[in-house]
Design a protein. Structure first.
Length: 90
């Protein structure tokens, strides 16, 4: 790494929009530790606005398949509204 690349990396990190990582502990397709590790790496390189949301019991497809098929609320909307509009939005 050269000083120029390090500076370019800092500029890129500062230019990123807020990042919200959502993961379930029961995800068998992608282990939740991958999001924990990714969030740490983002913060390590200077990304300031990273949110890590690990949900106990959630699988990989719960918010998009299993929940809606059981007639539960639209979990994706329920999860994203507070992120977009504040905690009281959902």
């Amino acid at each position: 790494d050269t000083p120029e690349w390090a500076e370019a990396g800092l500029v890129a990190a500062e230019s990123l929009p807020p990042i919200h990582l959502f993961h379930g502990t029961e995800d068998q397709a992608v282990p939740s530790w991958s999001s924990v590790r990714f969030a740490k790496k983002l913060k390590d390189v200077g990304v300031k606005n990273v949110t890590l949301d690990i949900r106990p019991g959630f699988t990989h497809t719960l918010p998009i398949l299993e929940g809606p098929m059981r007639g539960e609320c639209d979990m994706q909307v329920e999860l994203i509204l507070p992120y977009l509009f504040g905690k009281d939005a959902a």
